[in-house]
Design a protein around this ligand. Sequence first.
Ligand code: SAM
Length: 176
Amino acid sequence: MVVEVLRLGHRGDRDKRISTHVALTARALGADKIIFTVEDKDVESSVKKVVENWGGDFKFTVEKNWRRYIREFKNRGIVVHLTMYGANVNEIMPEVRELSKDKDILVIVGAEKVPKDVYELADYNISIGNQPHSEVAALAIFLDRLFEGKTLYRDFENAKIKIIPSNDRKVVIRNK
Ligand SMILES: C[S@@+](CC[C@H](N)C(=O)[O-])C[C@H]1O[C@@H](n2cnc3c(N)ncnc32)[C@H](O)[C@@H]1O
């Protein structure tokens, strides 16, 4: 299964930090690729620097024609839109996990108001509770439920920096 995250919208300076966090959270919690719908070279270079230092093969792309991307994705996988209006993640996740055994997943998270047709394009509109919070939190919980915690142990290939988990000190390995 390949997991991709579509970051729908990005309001320039205002969203630089949170959009970067969406991408880093996607990578750290098991997604393979992030797709932005708006170009931002600063965000792109921050994410690429993390990949260069911390390893793995996480992809960063920009797709301005995101509706076409979603439609084409549906030929190979399922589309999940995270929204506070959706069906509760607790009820819907077993079904999504079952489908993920032989299908890829595209997870959509918004920045500002999400256009109405996204709700129709998505196969699943899923809420992480029905209170407004953050796309970073919503994405983190969704991915953690999808992978059932396993990606928290993931090793990233070709990492220049690696942490050895420790309860009482910082242990960092740097590969030249
Ligand atoms: C700050 S919110 C803006 C939402 C916007 N007001 C709207 O009506 O779509 C940004 C994104 O966070 C995610 N989000 C926020 N709260 C959520 C929740 N309770 N469940 C799932 N996703 C949520 C959604 O992906 C949303 O598009």
